[in-house]
Design a protein around this ligand. Structure first.
Ligand code: GLA
Length: 391
């Protein structure tokens, strides 16, 4: 991290000129289990990663905001006035930090001077590891730092989600922002998205590691079927509410669902709701297994999660299925599933440490045979949440 920051400070100087700066970091996230449950009032079990978004920042004396990303150098410095916070298409990636700034100001936080930020992210873009939520939380911690804002992390998480929903226009749940804001080294977070109650669970895998594999099939959340899935679940909930007194699908046990599922008129909506209910319960069971040291049991539930996302929720697609199936066939794989929104992006697997090299080679080859795409593999390290780096 030190080396990266040193280089980025040099870059900052070249882009914005000499002067004192402050340094910040915000991770990416991977979800271990509990997929498409957050906006259904269910449980999720994500963790923050050791790679993410770096931000180098300082105040200005005027009211100009100037943003630069080393990941989008061809777009140059994106500049706007503090009092002109609108979503501008040409501002592209900068609408994420601008959104966070805008929502903070709307909520009455005092941000009355301009500033400049240089961003650099080492999360693969569009891979479903939440590079956008990482930029949002990076912005939140920068603004809290520069303007001494009296705001805690959970509120920064909420502001970031509102920015993504209202300013950027992607109707995501709260999982990504929460995992990135509240992440803790070597722990995953069991979060009840209904109440925002959460518990850390140490991820002790003994002789195994978490492997993330990128399908390298690009996935656009906004134009994907994400919002369609949300509406299908909302319709299913409304049908159930004709008889049941519930506020979300997350309140139902599997048994209650089975006893009442005929209330859901449309067969597709019924399948979507089934996934949401079963996945939510599966997540709770998985965390119990992990806490009891039953890694194998945890892995089996990961596999079931993928099957449910494939058959009932239908968000996997050819590439994710090929990558997960190749992982299942591999000796030493304890569990494997897609992670994130789906429709491309990444898979997450738990693999015995001494089988990782073979896993990467064989799974990569099989995946290429089936899809013609080259997968990338990362050994995940679970890191801390978004923060200022004081050197
Ligand atoms: C995306 C969203 C999250 C969550 C997942 C699916 O990552 O941003 O809120 O809904 O998809 O679990």
């Amino acid at each position: 991290m030190k080396e990266i920051l040193k280089g980025l400070k040099e870059d900052f100087k070249k882009v914005f000129g000499e002067g004192e700066v402050r340094t910040f970091f915000s991770p990416g996230r991977v979800n271990l289990i509990g997929e498409h449950t957050d906006y259904n009032g269910g449980n999720v079990f994500p963790c923050a990663l050791s790679f993410g978004t770096y931000a180098i920042a300082r105040l200005r004396d005027d009211k100009k905001v100037r943003l630069y990303s080393k990941n989008f150098e061809d777009l140059g410095i994106i500049e706007f006035d503090l009092d002109e916070l609108k979503n501008v298409k040409e501002h592209d990636w900068a609408n994420y930090p601008k959104g966070v700034l805008s929502i903070l100001k709307d909520k009455g936080y005092k941000i009355e001077k301009g500033f400049e930020i240089l961003f650099f992210g080492n999360i693969p873009n569009g891979a479903g590891l939440s590079s956008s939520a990482s930029v949002e939380l990076a912005t939140a911690v920068v603004l809290k730092g520069l303007f001494n804002l009296d705001i805690d992390m959970v509120n920064m998480v909420k502001v970031s989600q509102i920015a993504e929903n209202q300013f950027v226009g992607v109707n995501c749940g709260i999982m990504d922002q929460f995992a990135i804001g509240m992440g803790k080294k070597d722990n995953a977070i069991l979060l009840d998205c209904n109440t925002l109650e959460y518990k850390y669970a140490p991820v002790k895998l003994e002789n195994a590691k978490i492997i993330i594999a990128n399908t390298n099939k690009r996935r656009g959340l906004a134009d994907s079927k994400y919002n369609e899935r949300r509406s299908e679940c909302e319709r299913a909930l409304a049908d159930l509410q004709t008889k049941l007194d519930i506020k979300s699908l997350g309140e139902l046990t599997e048994k209650e669902f089975e006893e009442n599922k005929e209330l859901i008129k449309n067969e597709i909506d019924r399948k979507r709701a089934k996934h949401a209910v079963y996945e939510n319960q599966r997540t709770l069971r998985a965390v119990e297994k992990l806490n009891a040291g039953d890694i194998k049991g945890f892995g089996e539930l990961m596999n079931q999660s993928h099957i449910s996302l494939r058959d009932d929720y239908e968000v996997t697609g050819k590439e994710l299925d090929a990558l997960v199936e190749a992982a299942w066939e591999q000796e030493g794989t304890i569990g494997a599933r897609m992670t994130g929104a789906g429709f491309g992006g990444c898979t997450v697997s738990i693999v015995e440490s001494n089988k990782i090299d073979e896993f990467i080679k064989n799974v990569g080859e099989k995946y290429f045979e089936k899809t013609g795409l080259k997968a990338d593999f990362y050994i995940a390290e679970i890191g801390d949440g978004a923060r200022e780096i004081v050197e």
